[in-house]
Structure formats: C-alpha cells, structure tokens
Write a new protein. Structure first.
Length: 53
C-alpha cells in the first residue's frame, strides 16, 4: 500500500525542468524539493514518490 510505505515525495516544477533541460541538472542546482505526505500537488509539479514495500 502506497500510503503505508510512503517515505517522501521529491518535487520539481515543469518550468524548472524546461529551463535547465534535465533531471540531473535539476538535482545539481538543488531545484528538487522533498515534501511530506500531506503536500498538496500543484498543476506544474512533477512528483517522484519514494516508498518502501
């Protein structure tokens, strides 16, 4: 169950990704943020959910 195994959400914006060109560069420029499970996703968010099984 995703909710039970949730660790964190890694969030970046579409605008940042388009501007810098790659996920690697997003991380290099520290533009990715870690959000808790109660974070409200916005329209321009790209979200990677980290969880354990």
């Amino acid at each position: 169950d995703l909710a039970r195994g949730f660790i964190r959400a890694e969030v970046m914006t579409v605008a940042d990704l388009v501007r810098v060109g790659s996920e690697r560069e997003i991380k290099a420029q520290h533009l990715i943020r870690q959000e808790p499970k109660d974070y409200v996703i916005r329209d321009d968010d790209i979200v990677f959910i980290r969880f354990s099984v």
